[in-house]
Design a protein around this ligand. Structure first.
Ligand code: HEC
Length: 183
């Protein structure tokens, strides 16, 4: 019995050591996993047309349903919140201009061109200096097949999203919660 317990403890210790080593090695964007199957399991809460982009794009915004359920207006988004921004090219007509629906909104192509993820976990921000830190948010960029864009820096993500620190560093998510759950 004693031997079994000792063995179990040893295994636990080595697993813990491995986990700590992995956490240290995976500082930064690598801590954000590609959210498998998000299109089927997350809530698509907004669509944003970007006419100023060349070529024009349409962005689908998704948030993890558990985070949305726990989110409160005016409060920071819950620990563990995952937000996905999925880019599509806008469909163009013969004249090269974006095709629109009855409301003047762009018609998105089905193909996904980029997947951007924003995820917050308690303590994640601690590795960043105060002038860069975005609370406990981390950013990641993936190809449509889920492969990480390791060739890209995430510095601009932090810099630009800092401008909406008062909305928990989100341009659309916290305002959406405010709109649907606020009074
Ligand atoms: C120059 C400013 C800017 C930069 C740089 C930027 N973003 Fe954003 N981000 C925005 C804006 C504005 C939105 C709202 C959607 C829109 O208008 O495109 C947004 C939305 C998002 C969202 C949806 C949640 C939210 O905040 O509304 C995610 C996820 C996201 N960005 C991830 C990233 C990642 C990852 C990077 C870096 C690879 C990045 N962003 C770089 C401006 C920026």
């Amino acid at each position: 019995m004693f031997r079994i317990r000792r063995h179990t403890l040893g295994a636990t210790v080595s697993i813990t050591v491995l986990a700590v080593a992995a956490a240290v090695a995976l500082g930064g964007p690598e801590r954000v996993a590609y959210p498998e199957n998000y299109a089927a399991t997350f809530v698509r809460y907004m669509t944003v047309d970007k006419p100023e982009r060349e070529p024009p794009i349409v962005r689908f915004l998704y948030v993890a349903p558990d985070a949305l359920a726990m989110a409160r207006p005016g409060a920071p988004l819950p620990d563990g919140t995952v937000v996905v921004m999925e880019d599509h090219l806008a469909r163009l007509g013969d004249d090269g201009q974006p095709l629109t629906d009855a409301n003047g909104r762009f018609l998105p192509g089905t193909e996904v061109t980029n997947v951007f993820v924003q995820e917050k976990r308690a303590g994640w921000g601690e590795i960043y200096p105060p002038e860069k830190r975005n609370g406990d948010w981390e950013y990641a960029w993936f190809r449509p097949d889920g492969a990480r864009r390791s060739d890209r820096s995430m510095d601009a993500c932090f810099e630009c999203h800092r401008s909406v620190a008062d909305q928990d560093y989100t341009f659309t998510t916290a305002p959406f919660v405010e709109r649907v759950k606020g009074e």
